[in-house]
Design a protein around this ligand. Structure first.
Ligand code: PGA
Length: 265
């Protein structure tokens, strides 16, 4: 694992449906998080709740314990782009992280590698950290040996090469890569920790090819896909991941806190 802080990211997706519920969830999580030095907890709510949470963080005495993130952004900071939210707006709303290239954005909103690359660059340019998601669609690509594993590795290395195109050595250490096998997202079928570790090694190998080994070692790699309190530790201790990207389980404050308390350093 990368020596720095462990990262626990909550991806709320398009939930909850009212501000009252969102406030309740945020407050419940914030209340339970004690001062932790070596773990960073990041809540990525829908855009519209960010200014409120920014205010709540400011009012809290332990404001450094929860960071804010967004789930997507546009690549320009302003202009005639109806319906878009820019990196500078998100920075102004208190975000330190932005999830880029989540598989739901790739599949439901046709985000291509080229769009993802522009977004990653825009996030970096605005001094925030992109959480760049990669992962294969088909579970079989992990189950069998030889050909299938090669297919998985091809998909992941291609996503990384295209997503990180023209990103310099000096900026790459601000990028966080989340390995999220699509078949494990929201299905209750988590990836085996051993397989997640293989994917992390492959990501490092691809980064070594693009940059060099010591840079590759510095990039944080997270696991995401059906993480619950019972399996979270297997990815941190067993698979040596630098953190977790958590969807469904982050919508339940007590389950999310349980995950944090189990993996905390
Ligand atoms: P999940 O989602 O934890 O609900 O599987 C993870 C994600 O999509 O980031």
């Amino acid at each position: 694992m990368n020596n720095n802080k462990l990262l626990i990211i909550a991806n709320w997706k398009c939930n909850p449906s009212t501000q009252k519920e969102a406030e309740h969830l945020f407050t419940a999580v914030k209340k339970e998080i004690r001062k932790i030095d070596k773990t960073e907890v990041v809540i990525c709510p829908p855009f519209i709740y960010l200014p409120l949470f920014k205010q709540k963080r400011k009012n809290a005495r332990q404001s450094n314990t929860i960071q804010l993130g967004a789930q997507n952004c546009f690549w320009e900071n302003k202009g005639a782009y109806t319906g878009e939210i820019s990196p500078s707006m998100l920075k102004d709303s208190g975000c330190k992280y932005i999830i880029i290239g989540h598989s739901e954005r790739r599949s439901y909103f046709n985000e291509a590698d080229n769009d993802i690359n522009k977004k990653i660059k825009a996030v970096l340019k605005n001094q925030m950290k992109p959480i760049f998601c990669v992962g294969e669609k088909d579970r079989d690509s992990f189950d069998s040996e030889g050909k299938s594993i090669n297919e998985m590795s091809l998909i992941i290395s291609e996503q990384i090469e295209k997503g990180l195109a023209e990103i310099s050595q000096s900026r790459i250490s601000s990028v966080i890569i989340a390995y999220e096998p699509i078949w494990a997202i929201g299905t209750g079928i988590p990836c085996l920790p051993d397989d997640a570790m293989k994917a992390a090694l492959l990501i490092k190998k691809t980064l070594t090819g693009l940059y060099n080994r010591s840079i590759a070692e510095r990039v944080k790699i997270l696991y995401g896909g059906s993480v619950i309190s019972q399996n979270a530790i297997d990815y941190i201790k067993g698979a040596n991941m630098d953190g977790l990207l958590i969807g469904g389980s982050s919508l339940n404050a007590s389950e999310f806190i349980k995950i944090i308390n189990r993996v905390i350093l």
